[in-house]
Design a protein around this ligand. Sequence first.
Ligand code: CTP
Length: 391
Amino acid sequence: MLKDRNILLGVTGSIAAYKAVDISRRLKDHGAAVSVVMTEAAARFITPYTFEAVTGNKVYTDLFKDPFSHIELSKKADLFIIAPATANTINKLSCGLADNLITNLWLTYEGLSLIAPAMNFRMYRSPSVKKHIKELKKNGVQFIGPDTGSLACGEEGPGRMVDVPVIVEAAVMALTEKDLHNKNVLVTAGPTVEAIDPVRFISNRSSGKMGYAVAHAAKRRGAEVTLISGPTSLPEPLGVNTVNVNDADEMEKAVLKHLTKSHYVIMAAAVADFSPLSKAKVKNRKAEITSLELKKNTDIIKKIGKKKGKRVLTGFAAETGNNIDSAKSKLKDKNLDLIVLNDITREGAGFDVDTNIVTIIDKKSKIDEYPLMSKIDVANVILDRILDLKK
Ligand code: CTP
């Protein structure tokens, strides 16, 4: 996601400086080239060698050792993150002081920037820090955090640097093209569970990972996203309106409620096709159960297919085998624009894994097979294909 992107990571003198190592590692994992710049105070908390080992790049600490680094580094950067950012650095950045490499770079840098403050809550609420944060925000700088919680000094309050994944997500978000801006995307994900009694249920296998990845990717691309999710153990994607449901009936109601304003509907949920004819209010005794009567649930996507209007409707077909004919007939029968077929028997394409192998079929029977990819990459391919249909 951050391939070919250059990120400047400024680390200043806070106890949270050690967390910046993890930030640089994760940004690198996303494909970014990370150049770390440290203040002298930061180098007291953590050594430049640690960052050098993690990023594989030279770490800059001294303006005089690399005389033009304050210009060269900022020219090629796509994003400048300062994490952790101390009260001292924030105030200096706002005033335009240039007394170390980070503050010099700040003056020459003209692109996107993120600041993650870290300080004692008294410093954070001081009039000068407040004033300078306000000023920097006015100039388009994005602040992430701080969080409220226990601080290094043992006190509690606002001043903790936000968690590393939040900073990394903000970086990915900042650098993702917003080609879904002003679009509403409705996604279903996970299984539905159909209660037999308060203890037992029938369900379909699904971790929800594919649908959550679609919601996450759409959010990064600037969409307003509503995720209707059956029970999963996944964290709610940041910034996504997540509606939790249990059974197929609840999922249907939630989908219909949110359909009106949606432009793109992507239904990745493994909706249970059947539910018990009657749901017992108290636990059934197993000795008394001899058989289970089932009724068919509504095919939600088929219902949406009949009233979709101009919306682009994407469905999934989880098959045992690369059953293209079955996927094609589902596409036609349910009036879909795209269907994403995956053969769950293939290694890397089943449940609970972070990867998938898909074939995408469109209305004109164009069949495209994709290699093994992470689910977030598959999600982006699906979104690309949806946008292509609109061109
Ligand atoms: N789907 C749905 N409501 C259902 C069942 C499925 O909205 N009650 C949606 C799924 O979210 C998916 C698509 O339909 O996008 C295909 O689901 P699948 O279970 O593969 O297809 P079925 O129509 O149930 O076909 P079959 O059981 O014959 O494979």
